[in-house]
Design a protein around this ligand. Structure first.
Ligand code: ADP
Ligand code: MG
Length: 354
């Protein structure tokens, strides 16, 4: 543990926050192309941008189309994310998740939506050998990343004994969820991705086919910015926020990143971050950052968290077995391990950052 974490701190390595890299790639075009470019831009449909603060993070939408309709759609999409937050939040006593956590072992009837998400979380728990475990939340309050205090080992061990997603019972016929008393569910590793997918669904339902949904740097990208011009998703350097590590053209897919730099504190020269290895109750040690590209953001979000815990070998083996999924894991020892679809894009650039 000590050695691996010291390594993470010591390597000023790549990872990711992600954003639409915008038109920067056009910046160096030769002057003689300028007229052509202006003509094309004039014909290109307008991209409208909207922002909101939701789920404790900044959200942004970029929507191609009519300004008035885009504005109304953005409002509806943000309202949908706020609704999801009210259902899934572990912090709001009135949320469905809080009701489940407070039920003391009794079955709780939940919405079809929450039931489905819990089912998906359980499925990924199975596929990842327990690396993704929504009952990690037994440790909430033991690990307090805002207070920045390292908990006593016996407090971690006591809470860790109450982590096991297989003890979350889901009854599809009754649509109930049952959690043993003393256990808790926390959807921080999947709910944002679900919010992104819901926002995208709202935009699609209103007829938009070209847009980008950015939930705190996790993205879903639909269609193209302009005909023949894909959206470009920039992956930022984790330790040097203004540096772009890689720019990926993406269409009709989610790109989600998990890293040890999103929420962490340092104590005694070690970095303690918010992705927990359910087997130890301690911050996962094998990875610095993970990027996943998949068809939907819910799965990409949860999978990025799972792969982070699993580390490069087991994580990429799982990603390769999943159809339509690409992933890159930046390991604590500095290696980058990626599926074939991202191998060319990531390794060189991530290694350069050391
Ligand atoms: P971010 O929210 O920064 O994008 P992640 O998607 O990786 O990061 O989610 C991290 C969050 O997931 C933690 O803050 C916590 O709520 C939850 N979590 C932590 N460890 C696990 C785990 N092993 N399995 C499932 N959820 C986890
Ligand atoms: Mg996640």
């Amino acid at each position: 543990m000590a050695a691996a974490l010291a390594l993470i701190v010591g390597l000023a390595l790549a990872g990711c926050a992600r954003r639409d890299a915008g038109p920067a790639k056009d910046a160096g075009a030769p002057a003689r192309d300028a007229a052509v470019r202006v003509a094309r831009d004039a014909a290109a449909p307008a991209v409208h941008r909207f922002q909101a603060q939701l789920m404790g993070t900044p959200w942004a939408l970029a929507i191609v189309g009519d300004r008035g309709k885009a504005e109304a759609a953005a409002k509806a999409a943000f309202a949908e994310v706020a609704r999801v937050e009210a259902v899934m939040s572990e912090w709001r006593p009135s949320s469905e998740v809080s009701r489940l956590n407070a039920a003391g072992g009794a079955p709780v009837t939940v919405s079809a939506e929450l039931f489905d998400l819990l089912q998906r979380a359980r499925d990924l728990g199975d596929r990842s050998g327990g690396a993704f475990d929504v009952t990690w939340a037994a440790l909430r309050g033991v690990w307090d990343f805002d207070a920045g205090r390292v908990p006593a080992p016996d407090a971690v061990a006591a809470a860790q004994a109450r982590i096991d997603y297989r003890r979350l019972t889901l009854d599809p016929a009754a649509r109930t969820a049952t959690l043993p008393a003393g256990m808790a569910v926390g959807l921080g590793g999947i709910a944002k991705g679900y919010g992104i997918d819901r926002a995208a669904a709202v935009l699609r339902a209103r007829g938009f086919t070209a847009f980008l949904v950015d939930g705190g740097g996790d993205l879903y990208v639909a269609g193209e910015k302009a005909p023949g011009q894909p959206w470009t998703v920039g992956v930022q350097h984790p330790r040097r926020r203004d540096e772009l590590m890689v720019a990926l053209p993406v269409r009709d897919a989610a790109v989600v990143t998990s890293g040890d730099y999103e929420r962490y504190f340092e104590a005694g020269g070690r970095r303690y971050h918010h992705i927990i290895d359910p087997r130890t109750g301690m911050p996962a040690e094998r990875s610095v950052a993970v990027t996943v590209r998949a068809a939907d953001a819910t799965f990409a979000d949860a999978l990025a968290t799972a792969l982070f815990v699993m580390g490069p070998e087991a994580g990429i083996a799982l990603a390769e077995a999943l159809p339509g999924v690409d992933a890159a894991v930046l390991a604590a020892d500095g290696r980058v391990v990626a599926t074939p679809g991202l191998r060319a894009a990531f390794p060189a650039r991530w290694q350069e950052a050391r």
